[in-house]
Write a protein that binds this ligand. Structure first.
Ligand SMILES: [Fe+2]
Ligand SMILES: [Fe+2]
Length: 264
């Protein structure tokens, strides 16, 4: 069976043009550079999935810009781009500006197929907070979805990660109910989980399922910084391949000066 290549991006933190840039960086330029690299990959990836923090402020105009920008990049690279929501996203403006639907606070989760591989995209937002949790409704939806296996297995995409990080400070940003998710995944065709939010590559497992968080596209965080959150001018992504029934992840880093942008 042919391997399936894909790209996992996260934390693009896009803003509409003209806004004061975060850390003086134009996030659209950073994403454009990453997309240019993706466009050169051989074999060509089957899809790109972005695991949340699509915008920084979550304004309606940011989502309108996100829509036109991502459609432009899809055309340029010839690869479909799928998205999940993160803690910096807002459902109402996202539904109106990106999906071009009537705005509502309805959670955004769905699945898609690519060459026999199923991708389940979850929404771990806890509205009004930066916390991450998978609610009962989504757990029930995921249980139903996974009841029937997909030909090449399933990958689950969600913003808040489940793997412990190097520091206690960053651990406070993890998904709050990983064991609920683990119970739903048990005995299913899931081959891996992909997430973001922490802005650095971090690989581990949940109940034996391989899990990979990716570096941010907009900026990185220093994973070894225990006392302060140190933001770094860096972009990265995960190059994924499904081969021999496994999800294999190659963390990729874009060239850059890795300069410290700020500390929180
Ligand atoms: Fe983020
Ligand atoms: Fe986040």
């Amino acid at each position: 069976m042919e391997p399936i290549f894909f790209v996992h991006l996260t934390d693009i933190h896009l803003s509409k043009p003209g806004k004061t840039p975060l850390f003086g960086l134009v996030m659209a330029d950073k994403l454009r550079n990453v997309c240019a690299e993706i466009g050169k990959l051989q074999p060509k990836p089957a899809f790109v999935v972005i695991s949340g923090d699509l915008t920084h402020d979550g304004d309606l105009d940011d989502y309108k810009f996100l829509r036109s920008f991502l459609r432009e990049q899809e055309m340029a690279i010839g690869i479909p781009i799928h998205v999940a929501l993160g803690n910096h996203d807002f459902r109402g403006p996202f539904r109106e500006g990106y999906l071009e639907e009537t705005p509502s606070e309805e959670s955004y989760y769905y699945s898609f197929m690519a060459d026999g591989l199923r991708v389940a995209v979850l929404n771990t937002q806890v509205p009004g907070t930066h916390d991450g949790r998978i609610d009962e409704q989504q757990l029930a939806w995921l249980r139903d979805l996974l009841a029937v296996p997909a030909p090449r297995g399933t990958i689950v995409v969600h913003h808040h990660p489940v793997v412990p990080t190097p520091t206690a400070m960053m651990d406070s940003h993890l998904l709050q109910n990983p064991q609920d998710l683990a119970r739903v995944l048990e005995g299913t065709d899931v081959i891996g989980l992909l997430s973001g939010h922490i802005h650095f590559h971090n690989i581990g497992q949940l109940a034996g399922f391989p899990c990979a968080a990716a570096d941010g596209v907009a900026f990185g965080l220093d994973p070894s910084s225990a006392e302060v959150m140190r933001m770094v001018d860096r972009s990265g992504y995960n190059l994924g391949v499904v081969k021999n029934g496994q999800m294999v992840v190659q963390p990729m880093t874009m060239p850059g000066d890795q300069r410290v942008l700020g500390r929180v």
